[in-house]
Design a protein around this ligand. Structure first.
Ligand SMILES: Cc1ncc(COP(=O)(O)O)c(C=O)c1O
Length: 447
């Protein structure tokens, strides 16, 4: 490699790499920085363990975790019943292959069918794989006997949403709108068209018989906690039925109890054809699932789709236990009650801090949109021992575990307020812009 290129690449790497480490830093950090692909901007400390809604770093500092591993740790950490199942199953069989039945895949599929109103299940290892599999199913279902096997079916278009996020594999990133995630990997899967989220007219104008699927997050998570409106959902459902396309609800972040219902779409009268779940399903172990109807399942035959790891015995036993705990500990009700308390507290903070523009979400998937950069507040919260996240630069995202208590909600509100008080001087300009936000806030509080 010419010397100039080498220099340029090294400079590029330095620019992309996270915060520089102090000389003599923990070797676990220096090794991570030296040997890992720099795909994440990580905080410069090591988290060693967690307990309930708290995690602890290597220095022993305690953090209240209101991000829950990005919506994964719905039961917090080290839930005794999960620990017990993992121990028990690890001593039996961690993996067996999908050429044989294991003791838990069937029962877990039955449970997911019961709570979702779907008919059949495919287990993947992650959310992105579930999204990819769903797009494949839509393409499969769109084919007719007259389509030439080696050519794309005329009915191959997929409608996706602006502001969406469905994952990083090729299919999922093709229906994800964020350009920085997409453009470096072009050409992506062809036939995807984006519709403005919640814009019924835009949806109608792009729908026709060449569409095989419409995919949306019932509540957009990564995009800053935006819910599909009832009008948009109903129209998407209607158009999908009219044009024999599949309605795919990505509930990977908002599903499995986070809203206080098993699925966010259950507030609407109609169901999707495919539901995607992942994140909390196996209480932190990697498991995703495609839930679908008998009509879709009837097009599938052995060998069309598959995975080595998906649905292994240890992971499915853990997911069954997760769903059992949701019931026995009444965690859907807890998500509703604690969510309402968090929201009430946030509304009070919005009256105090005029740079809070809007509070969105329901249950324990909440977004606090600011009129100014939210990253310094997330950093300040972390310094004070509270983990939250800032998405799209302006929205502070809260995804706490479903097990949080009243006292922990109070602790969160206290720490969050302290973080907001640490207002950088540079934002005073933002405050002036905010004079007109009162109406918007009143609206969001009413929802
Ligand atoms: C709505 C949604 N879909 C899909 C994904 C991708 O899931 P995974 O990271 O497990 O591949 C995510 C992850 O954040 C998500 O929030």
């Amino acid at each position: 490699m010419p010397a100039l290129n080498k220099k340029r690449n090294a400079a590029e790497r330095r620019k992309r790499s996270p915060a520089r480490l102090e000389p003599g830093a923990d070797s676990r950090l220096t090794e991570a920085e030296k040997f890992l692909l720099p795909t994440y901007k990580r905080q410069p400390f090591v988290i060693t363990h967690g307990r309930g809604a708290y995690v602890f770093d290597a220095s022993g500092k305690k953090y209240l975790d209101f991000l829950g591993g990005i919506a994964v740790n719905a039961l917090g950490h080290a839930h005794p019943r999960i620990v017990k199942v993992v121990r028990r199953e690890a001593a039996r069989a961690i993996h067996l292959s999908n050429l044989y039945h294991n003791a838990y895949q069937g029962p877990l599929a039955r449970k997911l069918v019961e709570i979702s109103g779907m008919d059949r299940v495919f287990f993947s290892n992650s959310g992105t794989e579930a999204a990819d599999g769903a797009i494949k199913l839509a393409r499969l279902c769109a084919r007719t006997p007259s389509d030439a096997a080696e050519k794309p079916s005329p009915k191959h278009r997929v409608i996706a949403m602006t502001n969406s996020f469905h994952g990083r594999t090729f299919g999922a990133v093709s229906v994800t709108s964020t350009e920085k995630y997409r453009l470096p990997f072009a050409p992506l899967v062809p036939g995807v068209e984006f519709v403005r989220f919640n814009d019924v007219a835009d949806l109608e104008s792009k729908f026709d018989d060449t569409v095989c699927a419409v995919i949306l997050e019932t509540i957009q998570g990564e995009g800053g906690i935006h819910s599909a409106t009832e009008a948009f959902w109903n129209r998407a459902r209607g158009l999908a039925t009219q044009h024999r396309a599949l309605l795919i609800a990505d509930e990977i972040q908002c599903g499995l109890g986070r809203t206080g219902r098993y699925f966010a779409y259950q507030k609407f009268a109609s169901r999707p054809d495919i539901v995607l779940v992942a994140k909390p399903l196996a209480a932190g172990l990697p498991l995703g699932a495609i839930l679908t109807t008998e009509a879709v399942a009837s097009r599938v035959s052995p060998g069309l789709h598959g995975t080595t790891f998906g649905g292994g015995p240890l992971i499915c036993a853990t997911a069954l236990e997760f769903l059992a705990i949701l019931e026995s500990e009444k965690l859907l009700a807890n998500a509703r009650s604690r969510g309402a308390e968090v929201r009430e507290g946030l509304a009070k903070l919005a009256a105090k801090f005029d740079f809070i523009r809007e509070i969105r979400g329901e249950g324990l998937i909440l977004g606090v949109e600011l009129s100014i950069d939210g990253n310094p507040f997330a950093a300040e919260a972390l310094r004070r021992g509270l983990i939250i996240n800032c998405t799209h630069d302006f929205t502070l995202r809260l995804l706490p575990p479903f097990i949080i208590t009243r006292a922990q909600v109070r602790e969160f509100l206290r720490l969050f307020e302290l973080a907001l008080e640490k207002t950088p001087k540079s934002i005073s300009a933002g405050r002036a812009q905010n004079a007109g936000n009162t109406g918007r806030l009143a609206q969001s509080a009413a929802r």
